[in-house]
Design a protein around this ligand. Sequence first.
Ligand code: CTP
Ligand code: MG
Length: 381
Amino acid sequence: MNEKVSAIICAAGKGERAGFNKNKLLAPLYGAPALYHTLKKFSMKEIGEVIVTSSETDFAEISALCKPFGCRVVLGGKTRTESVKNALEAVTGDIVLIHDGARPFVEKEIILNCIDGVKKFGSAVAAVKFTDTAAIAQYGEISDYTDRENTFRVQTPQGFFTEDIKKAYQLAGVQNFTDDGAVYLQYIAPPHIIEGSESNIKLTYKSDFPSEYPQLSPVSGQKIGFGVDTHAFGEGNFITLAGVKIPCGKSLIAHSDGDVIIHAVMDAYLSAAGLKDIGHYFPDTDESTLNADSAKMLEKVIEITENAGYVGVNLSVTVQAETPRLSPYADKMAQRLGEICKLPKENAAIAAGTCEHLGFVGEGLGITAYCAVLLKIKRDK
Ligand code: CTP
Ligand code: MG
């Protein structure tokens, strides 16, 4: 059976211990409200609906944050138990995962394991084993030690069949519980444990908010490349840029047709694929490239990079010329460049500008083009 999975994200607290003078979940973490990161983690195809609890005070702000994710916002209660109880009324899925908005570091793998755990065992509560010795203490004195092997720190997400956990919360009445597993234990069955993680901490105090951005995970399977080309003006009456003939009282001096944009694009592609530059593939001592159509050369470069295992994702060109005015041709050039590179037009952007009369371009001596390109590894490599 393909059960629908819902998620409840608890965000209706005050976050008092964190001392931000507002809900800690709206305090910034890596440049966005902490809750944003939690919502992002739950935005996955395996989860059919996300319901977020909010206090009345934060309702507008949390609703705005939830809108792009398509989450529903419901009013929470005075305690987390009350908040979850309210949210459960809105759940339409067969399985529900309940998660603290204050745990933005949860790994997607734990969320998926939680869903699987419910399917296999009827419930799944993320927890980690104690590594320190766990003791029971009262009035500053240890009265007993617990068996570390059997002692866990319980986290969220905690997943259940909706019917079961709803029933448990109904039976719980107005009692307060620390978490959902505790309600389930009391009224339904012992909840099953799945492995949580050390990084899945609950933001509780200000010091739990890391100030440093996490190291970016290396971009796998994608490479960028950059290319530049310049040609000087000579006698003539048109220039060719991005494969488009543009009327001009001059031409561009070159061994080929002098299409600076295409030459920059070719170098960017070759560079991204870790190959040698165009001079290697099309030396200007080669008679066959004399007055050559650069579009044909670019087609060849695309083939070379494809054979090296890469396909283009997008490219971005900036071309600088004092004359002629290029902006009227920008659209046509992007269209043509997209065709040659087998990219949609919006992924082959061209910006044109002048150099404000500065430098050789500004003095009208020639044209320079810059190109950045992103390639990804072909799956069938
Ligand atoms: N929560 C909730 N409704 C409440 C209280 C808490 O939905 N009435 C949520 C919090 O927003 C948080 C999670 O439950 O994501 C865990 O609670 P806790 O870490 O205690 O957060 P706060 O109650 O907001 O913080 P504090 O206790 O420091 O005020
Ligand atoms: Mg609290």
